[in-house]
Design a protein around this ligand. Structure first.
Ligand code: CP
Length: 345
């Protein structure tokens, strides 16, 4: 499988075989974390991590990933780069991307909803970098997608239903029931992680239910992809506005707050208004009683968790919670992505 030079913007743009090859390498890297086969993959090479927004997992796991592959990850922020924006003079993306391509072997970019004037503008910025850069652009979470999170999620679920850590079985996910439920929360969350989860769960043959209050639907393009992926796999996709609606028989429960499609007004992300709207709904927290209605389901979340609102402590820290395994998997899937797209393996 030759993925050298490929961008990773959203998992839907990679074939299933490409995703499986990446996940297979990630599992191998998890089992044999410091095997010499991997530790020189990026020797003497630099990966740029360009962050418009803060992060715990993404920055730390990419930095560790570069180190473990024998390379180096350099942290960049737009404040330090004199870039041209809609309101300021400066360097164009074309020039920045071409120069960065002369130094590094790949560029990761994170730009979330509060740094752009309209939905999709963050993803467009990544695609503009991809247009001009001669090296891979890796989406470290934009306002639409979070492919590295999606890969870590599916690997974690396949480990839980397969052979355990480092031994995922993706066939075991076929026909299982995935519930993505909107949840109460104070953080006015992005659509990127939940959208990526819908795409990848449906891609791997899971039945998908989205439970959300009326008015909290996600990107129609993502619903269309999810529907098409489900149809291709003989699986079902449905939505419900009942907060209890999808727990019965669920195998994977993913609860997460997210904003409405009206989050942008007059070219601004209205976080306070979204927080207020979200607070007007109650009864959308994943708890032990709801998990008891699942088919011995696991709890999943990309983190950071808004404990007490998105999910109770009892569930988030309980024996069927996959959250730390999945956070760990960010490291392994990103090592695999970097090795395949930027390294020699
Ligand atoms: N899940 C995730 O991307 O976490 P961070 O925002 O901490 O990077």
């Amino acid at each position: 499988m030759d993925l050298f030079g490929r961008d990773l913007i959203v998992t839907q743009e990679w074939t299933l075989d490409e995703l499986k090859a990446t996940l297979e390498l990630a599992a191998e890297m998890k089992r044999e974390r410091f095997h010499p086969r991997f530790t020189k993959t990026l020797e003497h090479k630099t990966f740029f991590m360009f962050f418009y927004n803060p992060s715990v997992r993404t920055r730390q796991s990419f930095e560790c990933a570069a180190t473990e592959l024998g390379g180096h990850a350099q942290f960049l922020q737009p404040e330090g780069m004199r870039l041209k924006t809609a309101t300021t003079a400066g360097e164009t993306i074309e020039d920045a991307a071409k120069v960065m391509s002369r130094y590094a072997v790949g560029i990761g970019i994170r730009i979330l909803e509060d740094k752009v004037p309209s939905y999709g503008a963050g993803n467009e910025l990544l695609r503009e970098y991809a247009r001009w850069a001669d090296i891979p652009i890796i989406n470290m979470a934009d306002d639409r997608f979070h492919p590295c999170q999606g890969l870590a999620d599916i690997m974690g679920w396949a480990e839980w239903f397969g052979g355990g850590p480092g031994r995922p079985d993706y066939e075991k996910l076929h026909g299982r029931n995935f519930l993505l439920t909107w949840a109460s929360g104070a953080l006015a969350r992005s659509w990127c992680s939940v959208q990526e989860a819908l795409i990848i769960a449906s891609r791997f043959g899971m039945n998908v239910t989205v439970a959300r209050p009326e008015g909290y639907d996600l990107d129609p393009q993502v619903y269309a992809w999810t529907q098409a992926n489900c149809e291709a796999n003989g699986a079902a996709f449905r939505t419900t506005s009942d907060p209890d609606g999808g727990y019965e028989g669920a195998h994977v429960v993913y609860s997460r707050n997210w904003v409405t499609p009206q989050a942008y007004q007059d070219g601004e992300f209205k976080k306070a208004a979204e927080q207020q709207k979200s607070a007007s709904y109650s009864g959308w927290t994943t708890n032990a009683a709801r998990m008891a209605r699942t088919d011995n389901g696991i709890f999943t979340h990309p983190m950071p968790v808004d404990r007490g609102l998105e999910v109770t402590d009892e569930v988030a820290s309980g024996p069927r919670s996959a959250i730390y395994d999945i956070a760990e998997n960010r490291l392994h899937v990103q090592k695999a992505v970097m090795a395949l797209t930027m390294g020699k393996i």
